[in-house]
Design a protein around this ligand. Structure first.
Ligand code: GDP
Ligand code: IMO
Ligand code: MG
Length: 426
């Protein structure tokens, strides 16, 4: 049975948690393959509201095995808190497994994330301050500690001692912070290790066997295409590869295992943190989207910047992810706007760009070319079938599909699992 990859097509918060939860109904394994607890994925189903940061969004189903794979960066204290919080609510996290190859977010990563942002001043990225960038940096610099190290106290203490020698110099001499005590960190982390040990698994081998046995695997992306370290709006990006290619390396499976790549796309655009955003609307429309869409960060509680739908970004996401289809979310949020706009291209310096511009400076200065479409006053949350939507809303969905050059197969009209329509159009 082939695997499916689910990715965000914008700057995150497209509704990947909702889409994953819905699709997990027919899935055996749900796998987080990159990112860490910078993610905030919301699931609303059966009266349960979950805000998940590290645990895959299939957790509500007893038949699903949630997997945290090799490409994720794990803060073990946060993971255990999330496990405990779910268990306290009667949700069974016992099947969750974690790759031994996943890298650990250490206390000094959190500290370095904070101080480097402070030093960047007005040039700061607006990170989630969860230590993501510094943890991935150490992984690539080959001085990271991994989940498997938690089960070998001697090697853990030795590696930590070596790394902290340099980190403490950096913290104390450059950033004027207090040095950290390796023994205290080791004691704390090794205690986490004892609790996590039964879950530590070769998850790549587990998924390989599962796929051979005809099991269904859903790879749940965090962040989004425009936050990708290679393909996003660098440097205003995260430090991993959310794109579909990252799912393969992050989970340790081959490309032939995958036959569907779903792009989760919001019916408008939001962005948290700094960086360019051509269709951002600072006026009444942006306010409408922010308020009706409750656009407040799931992880940091920051207000999300809001703007009109951007078809250039969707076409780009189709290309870099090889999308087979789109799961379109939050259409209901547009209700009540007299007119809705869709960005079809950009203009800069007298030139028109139908595709994502090849140079970042162009993207920073790009002026959106908008197509105006008719709005609709009707609330959509109770719609049962696509055909029942107001004609203007159907036209909007069809236009997005046409401009993106990609079919839309699912349409979400509210946060609840039930508020999802199948679409046969386009
Ligand atoms: P993720 O990071 O991609 O999983 O998205 P988030 O969970 O951070 O943000 C999406 C927000 O929109 C959450 O609060 C969801 O409950 C909510 N949501 C998802 N789909 C819909 C929808 O179709 N309509 C509305 N009104 N809210 C939605
Ligand atoms: P989900 O999975 C939205 C943004 C941060 C910042 C940049 C770098 O919920 O869609 P980082 O802490 O990763 O180094 O921050 O990336 N960012 C997200 N924005 N949704 C997310 O995750 C995000 N994860 C990181 O706001 O601009
Ligand atoms: Mg989110």
């Amino acid at each position: 049975m082939p695997a499916t990859i689910l990715v965000g097509t914008q700057w995150g918060d497209e509704g990947k948690g909702k889409a994953t939860d819905l699709l997990a109904g027919e899935t055996d394994f749900v796998v987080r393959y990159q990112g860490g607890n910078n993610a905030g994925h919301t699931v609303l189903a059966g009266g349960q509201l979950l805000k998940l940061h590290l645990i895959p969004s299939g957790i509500l189903y007893p038949h699903v095995t949630p997997v945290i794979a090799d490409g994720v960066v794990v803060n073990p204290g946060v993971l255990l808190q999330e496990i405990d919080a779910l268990a306290a609510r009667g949700i069974d996290p016992s099947r969750l497994v974690v790759s031994g190859n996943a890298h650990l977010i250490m206390p000094y990563h959190l500290e370095i994330d904070k101080v480097t942002e402070r030093y960047l001043g007005k040039h700061r990225l607006g990170t989630t301050k969860r230590g993501i960038g510094p943890a991935y940096a150490d992984k690539v610099a080959r001085i990271g500690l991994r989940v498997q190290d938690l089960t070998d106290p001697e090697i853990f203490r030795e590696k930590l001692e070596v790394v902290l020698r340099e980190k403490n110099l950096l913290l104390a001499k450059i950033y004027n912070r207090l040095p950290m005590d390796p023994a205290a960190i080791a004691d704390e982390y090794l205690a986490y290790g004892e609790r996590l040990a039964p879950r530590i698994t070769d998850t790549s081998a587990l998924l390989y066997r599962a796929l051979r046995d005809g099991k269904r695997v859903l790879l749940e992306g965090a962040q989004g295409t425009l936050l990708d370290i290679d393909h996003g709006t660098y440097p205003f990006v995260t430090s991993s590869n959310p794109v579909s290619g990252g799912a393969l390396s992050g989970a340790g499976i081959g490309p032939k295992e995958v036959d569907r790549v779903i792009g989760v796309t919001k019916a408008y655009v939001t962005r948290v943190g700094s960086g360019p955003f051509p269709t951002e609307d600072l006026g009444s429309a942006g306010k409408h989207l922010g308020e009706r869409g409750a656009e407040v960060g799931t992880t940091t509680g920051r207000a999300r910047r809001c703007g009109w739908f951007d078809a250039v970004l969707l076409r780009y996401a189709v290309r870099v992810n090889g999308l087979s289809d789109v799961f379109l979310t939050k259409l209901d949020v547009l209700s009540g706007l007299p007119e809705v706009k869709v960005c079809t291209a950009y203009e800069f310096d007298g030139r028109r760009y139908e595709d994502f511009p090849p140079h970042q400076s162009i993207f920073h200065k790009a002026e959106p070319v908008f197509e105006d479409m008719e709005g609709w006053p009707e609330e959509l949350g109770g719609t049962g079938r696509f055909e029942e939507l107001p004609a203007a809303a159907r036209k909007y969905v069809d236009r997005i599909s046409q401009l993106g050059g990609v079919p839309i197969r699912n349409l979400s009209v509210g946060p609840d699992r039930e508020q999802t329509l199948a679409v046969d159009a386009a």
